[in-house]
Every structure is written in C-alpha cells, then in structure tokens.
Design a protein around this ligand. Structure first.
Ligand SMILES: C[S@@+](CC[C@H](N)C(=O)[O-])C[C@H]1O[C@@H](n2cnc3c(N)ncnc32)[C@H](O)[C@@H]1O
Length: 252
C-alpha cells in the first residue's frame, strides 16, 4: 500500500476519533465576518459554508485596517464583496472577478469588478497589468480543478510578500486541485544541503532554503479549503542550533 493510501484509509474511519456528539471544546467566539453574515437578513446575497468564517479570520485578521488589495473570484450576488469591504476597512481595495457580465453592477468607488473566465490565462495577464498589487486571493469561482489550478499558477507569484491565497470548495477526497496542493506542499520539505559542526559548544544543522521555501511560508488544509501563505521576507537557510550544556548520552 502506498503512503497516500495508508494515511487515507487508516484514518478515514478511525476508532480513535471521539464520539461526534461527545464532549465539546470551549465554544469559539463568532468572528466579525460571521456576525456580518448572520446579520444579513436582506440585501445582496452571500453564500458561504459556515466553517469558512473561522478560516478567513485566522488568516486575514492581520490585514484589517491596512491598505491591502483583496481579490475574490466568484461574485454571484455581490454580498461577499460588501462583507470584505466591511471587514478589511476603508483603506482596503477590493477587486472582484466573475464570468457573468451582470456582476459589473456591483462595482462602486471602493470595489472594482473585472469580467472574465478564471481558466483563461490571457485574462489574468491583463488583470495583473491592471492590478499590480495583490495581498489576498479568495477563489470562490467556478470550482473546477483546471480553473483553480490555472488561477493559482497565475496569481500566486503575483501576490506580494506576506500575501495569502485561499481556494474554496475542494470537495471529495480525490479532488484534483487538492491533489495538486499536496504536490505543491511537498516542496516545503525539500532538503538541499546540510552542514554539521560537531563541536558540542555550537553544533548546528544548516539547510539551505530552496527558492520555494524562501517564498512560501506555509500550506494549510481545512475541510474543503486550502490556504497558502507567502513569507514576509525571503530566507536563505534553516538553522537547527543547540542550546544548553547538559546532554543525554544517547542520540546525536
Ligand atoms: C459560489 S458563487 C460565488 C459566491 C460568492 N463569492 C458569495 O460568497 O456569495 C460562484 C460564482 O463564480 C462564477 N464563475 C463560474 N465560473 C467562473 C469562471 N470560469 N470564471 C470566473 N467566475 C466564474 C459564477 O458566475 C458565480 O457568480
């Protein structure tokens, strides 16, 4: 059995998981995004899975109140663009992309709308000329793997340092965009060069960072969602120094 199958099958229905209806952890506080969503009894529609709000808040809260550039792909009824504007504040610049020309109607002074097909790389080339700075991408568009992959490949390199890329609705275990992200994330574990100093005073391991590791800080997986965070500043290497003077006789 290969490792993917083993990890998948051994844990899918594991008896190690506590009973679903058993003890619960402390109740999480509703984020401002979820409050905004729940308060929307009328007006332009928003359609989100409820557990996404916690994920958004976890990765986006540090951008609030700042002059950030946010793109959501998939506008539909326009309500989510209003939600981002409210959440990120008046300094934020909000961009929306949709294949449906009627979505142009949601454009206003602080929201710019582009009409195009997210699978069309030519569309993104023009978009990047029009929007030279981007800090956050939320892909809630057509949800087809090929659309998601083309969009990711065009926009991740375009994101500024410290930026966040979030792709939604990766349903089912064998989703092809999810498989693509597992391959993408494997680059985090590349190990280029090791140097060991065996002087016990300062024995350290050094691993030269690849270009990928220097640019990508982390990859996060949630139910139906993948998030990639870029580094604020590039790094050259990873260090594993030791501290202390008393060492066990075993190990290295
Ligand atoms: C799930 S809805 C977006 C929901 C919205 N973000 C919200 O939270 O309410 C998906 C949208 O993606 C758009 N869409 C579908 N295929 C697309 C494509 N190839 N390129 C761009 N937008 C697309 C649809 O027109 C639709 O408005």
């Amino acid at each position: 059995m290969n490792s993917f199958r083993r990890g998948y099958s051994n844990w899918r229905r594991s008896k190690l998981w506590p009973c679903r209806s058993g003890t619960k952890g402390p109740q999480a506080e509703q984020s401002d995004l979820e409050k905004f969503f729940e308060a929307r009894k009328e007006g332009h529609g928003i359609w989100k899975w409820k557990h996404y709000f916690d994920i958004y808040d976890r990765h986006f809260s540090r951008f609030r109140g700042r002059e950030v550039h946010i793109l959501e792909i998939g506008i539909y009824s326009g309500g989510s663009l209003e939600m981002w504007r409210e959440y990120f504040g008046p300094k934020a610049r909000i961009y929306g992309v949709d294949i449906e020309p009627a979505c142009k109607a949601y454009e206003d002074g602080s929201i710019k709308v582009f009409i195009g097909d997210q699978a069309d790389r030519g569309f993104w080339r023009q978009f990047k000329k029009d929007v030279p700075e981007l800090d956050i991408v939320i892909d809630d568009g057509g949800h087809q793997s090929e659309q998601q992959i083309a969009t990711f490949e065009e926009l991740l390199p375009h994101l500024r340092a410290g930026g966040v890329y979030l792709c939604e609705d990766l349903h089912f275990a064998h989703n092809r965009f999810a498989a693509y992200i597992y391959g993408f994330a494997s680059n985090l574990n590349a190990s280029q060069r090791w140097e060991r100093n065996f002087d016990n005073q300062d024995r350290r391991l050094v691993c030269t960072a690849t270009a990928f590791q220097s640019a990508v800080r982390s990859v996060h997986l949630y139910p139906f969602v993948a998030v990639v965070e870029k580094r604020d500043t590039p790094i050259d290497e990873f260090l594993s120094p030791k501290r202390g003077t008393i060492w066990a006789p075993f190990g290295r």
